[in-house]
Structures are given as C-alpha cells and as structure tokens.
Design a protein around this ligand. Structure first.
Ligand SMILES: [Zn+2]
Length: 478
C-alpha cells in the first residue's frame, strides 16, 4: 500500500496545481443575449418528472416561471409570456454535481506582494460546460477565495453558471490549510467559518486525532463535513472513522483504500456503519473509470469528444503530463480495476442498507470534464445497481437535501427556484436520455438549444485559438 500512497500523494500535489486561486477576466459571450430574469416563461404540454419522493409524473402540464421561480403548474397562462413548446418532452430538476474542482486564476511563476494572478481563467468559459449539460448546482471540493469570486459573478448575472457550494479543505500536509494537531484543526475550522465557508472537507494526511477534532469543531460551528478518510486509519476498525457528523464520503475509493478485503460482506459492513452513523456517500465511479482508462492508454483522453471544451492549458497537461499514465504499472492497473469492481459492490450494498448516495464526478481531474461527466456518473450508478429514478434522485433531490437547499431546488414544484432541464426523451426509460437536452433554465434564465450550441461553439473557438499560448511545459512563464 505504501507505493500506492506515494502515488496518491503525487496525484494530490498535481491536482492542487491545477486548482488555482482568485478569479477571472472575461471575453465575449452570449450572456447578454439571454433573456432577462424578469421575463415570464411558460412551458406548455410538458411531461414533468418532479423527482419528489413519490415522483408522480404530471403529463401534458403547463409550467409558469416568473423571475427565477416556478410560480405555478397548470394555472392560467399569463399574457406576454414567452411560450416554450414542451410537447413530447420531459422536464426534470436541474442537475447537481456534488464533487467538482473548478479552475480559478493564479500563478505558476514567482509572485511578489503587489502582484496578482498572472494566469486567469474566463469564468464564463469555466461554467459553460456545466450549464450546457443541465448542471445548475455544483459542490466545489477544493475551495479557494477565487471560487467565491466565481460564485459572485454568477450571482450578479454577469456569468451564466451553476449555484456553487464551496468547501474548505483541511489537511495534515500539502494543502493550503494544514492542521497537524487537534487544536490547529479546531482553529482551522473556525478560520474557515470566518472566511465565509459553510462546509469543511477533511483530507488524506490528517492524523486520526486531528480528524476527530475537526469533525467535532465543525459540528459546533454548524458546518457540514465531507471528505476523504485519512490514510492513518488504514488497518484500524472502520468504526474509528465513522464518527458522528462525518456526513459525506467524497469517493467510494476512500473505503477501498481502507481494506484489502473486496468482498460483498465487507461492502455490507461499510454500509451498515454508514447507515448507523448517518454518513452519505459520493460513489464517484466515473473518476476511477478514467483513472483506469488513462493508465492503460492516453488515446482515451486524446479522443475524448468533450476534450475541446477543456481549457487549453489543461488539455495540454492531460495529454503531455498525465501522471495517471506516467505512473501506471500493470500491477497498479490491476489494483485500480479491483477497486472499481469493489466500488460497484459498495453501491449495491449501500442501496440495500438504505444509505443515501449523491452523484459527484471529481470534474477537473484529467479525463473528467466539467458538466459532461455527470451524465457518465449517473449512467455508471445505474450500471452498479441503482434504478434510473434512484440515479436521477442522487443528482437532484438527494444532493439538494445534503446541501440543505432542498427547500429551494432539487425537485420540480411550485415555489422552487427555476433550475430545470428540458429533455427530448424520458430518462426514467433510459438514463442516457439525461444528455438529450432541449433547453436549460438556470436560476430562471432560459437557454434554448441554439443558445447552448452557440455558447459551446464560442468556447471551442476560444480554446482552439489559444492553444499555443497555453502549453503545460511553458506554464512557469504564464
Ligand atoms: Zn476531488
């Protein structure tokens, strides 16, 4: 396991490098062409999949959206409303990715006190792949100050993007916030709260004592805790890390790294402990799929259709400096494959035990493209044993419940915010239909298919034009 740990450690450092601080500049984009919030929209004759607990489909319905809210279902159509034809289409809540890493601006070159970021990322370009894919809320799990700036731009309406929940990462080494003693852990939680974070992410290199103190302090500060299971728990009984208020595990991999027993019985033991402790799980199957694909061959990345929507610096890095591929050995690939198989058993066992699971992708890690990857994750959850409806709930209602915003989003109901995806075909019949998108409402802004296509074309063009400027090997000059 030590070799693997070293491997993970090097990956973590690489991952951190890609997630910079601060924010953004802006270029042209269709943001001004999008209808204003005040407009009234009516989706006529649509089939609503509300994703409420009973999820009773409402056929041939009329949905009225005013400002950024669903104001009524099947009421009289107001005058001067913009009509959207929903005939033979399906309306679902906006999708939520519970595990993302957004690029935000920073610098690879040496700084000095008055020097800001030298490498900036256009926030609209960062957010377009999300909204184009119906992803209207994301949970940023490597929170930096720059992510707050992104959230502000979206909130102000200068960028069309998803709602952002942001977690501060606390680690034992190698991360921005480091805590090596329980007291430092507690202080780090209080500091994060002071900076405006609402969530804490616990990380791999914490000692068990510091991990316990962080989770306890977060509870006192009313901040929910998501994260990794520290490596220091390896070989110890799982009861030691399933502690009260450790609310969400960031990937199933956190569990497979704790054991060499990849039996269904072991998966059931984790499931029982998670259930008793109230800990939810982000299975994060798509990330492990991509780790395996890249370890085997870089062709998988080079031929990825959504690669063109990735910032050119990252496109170049994923191809020329891909640590999953560089560090791969046949033994490691076999180990990853065993983990991936075990993760499917974990999903099955957690479902059987009634543990809630939410969809998250690790978007931003090589191969895992923002927005597009959530559809892959939902499909993989179905392959692992969730029903189509359960998989969809993991990316809508359940995710909003964990984030405690289920009074605002997560279902299609009157008085909810208008985060909606209009689909050409029924995702309850075939889960792959979540990507057959006819249009998206993001906080009441309507993006019809043509608008989405234009946004994606603009993004591709910008990425293509700037390819030579952003070579990974030259990053220190950026
Ligand atoms: Zn992650």
């Amino acid at each position: 396991m030590t070799n693997n740990n070293r491997f993970y450690k090097s990956l973590i450092i690489v991952c951190l490098l890609i997630v910079f601080n601060a924010c953004t500049t802006s270029n042209q984009s269709p943001r001004n062409e999008v209808a204003k919030k005040e407009e009234v929209f009516v989706i006529k004759n649509v089939n609503i999949i509300p994703m409420t607990v009973d999820n009773k489909i409402i056929e041939d319905a009329t949905v009225i959206i005013e400002k950024n809210k669903i104001v009524s279902i099947n009421a009289v159509i107001p005058n001067n409303a913009t009509i959207i034809d929903g005939r033979d289409k399906w309306l679902i809540p906006g999708l939520i990715d519970m595990h993302v890493h957004n690029l935000s601006s920073g610098s690879f070159s040496k700084g000095y006190p008055t020097r800001g970021a030298t490498l900036t990322f256009d926030t609209q370009n960062m957010m377009t792949p999300y909204v184009a894919n119906g992803v209207t809320t994301v949970f940023e799990l490597s929170g930096r100050i720059g992510h707050f700036s992104q959230r502000d731009e979206i909130e102000k309406g200068s960028v069309i993007g998803p709602r952002m929940a942001i977690a501060a990462v606390i680690d034992g080494e190698g991360n921005e916030i480091v805590a090596t003693t329980p007291e430092e852990g507690r202080q780090s939680v209080r500091n994060a709260k002071g900076l405006g974070y609402r969530f804490i992410k616990v990380y791999t290199w914490l000692t068990p004592e510091t991990f316990n103190a962080i989770v306890d302090e977060a509870q006192k500060q009313e901040m929910k805790v998501v994260g990794h299971v520290p490596t220091a728990f390896e070989g110890k009984p799982a009861e030691e890390f399933f502690i009260p208020h450790f609310g969400l595990i960031a990937h199933a991999e956190e569990l497979s790294k704790q054991t060499e027993d990849y039996s269904y019985k072991k998966a059931q033991e984790f499931a029982r402990l998670a259930k008793e402790n109230g800990t939810w799980l982000i299975p994060n199957l798509t990330n492990m799929e991509w780790i395996i694909k890249q370890a085997k061959s870089l062709e998988s990345v080079k031929t990825l259709p959504s690669l063109k929507y990735v910032h050119p610096l990252m496109q170049n890095k994923w191809i020329t400096s891909n640590s999953y591929n560089k560090n791969a050995t046949p033994e490691l690939i076999t180990y990853f494959q065993k983990q991936a198989d075990f993760h499917k058993l974990i999903v099955k066992a957690f479902k059987e035990a009634g543990v809630s699971m939410v969809a998250g992708t690790d978007a931003g890690i090589s191969g895992v493209v923002w927005g597009f990857s959530l559809h892959d994750e939902i499909k993989l959850l179905v392959d692992a044993g969730l029903s189509n409806e359960e998989a969809l709930a993991s990316a809508t209602r359940l995710a909003s419940e964990w984030l405690k915003i289920d009074d605002k989003i997560g279902t299609v109901e009157v008085d909810k915010l208008a985060d909606l995806v209009l689909l050409d075909e029924n995702p309850l019949e075939d889960i792959r239909n979540t990507s057959k998108i006819s249009g998206v409402f993001v906080n009441g802004k309507w993006l019809e298919k043509a608008t989405i296509e234009k946004m994606l074309t603009d993004l591709t063009q910008w990425n293509d034009t700037n390819k030579e400027k952003f070579l990974w090997k030259n990053r220190k000059n950026l």
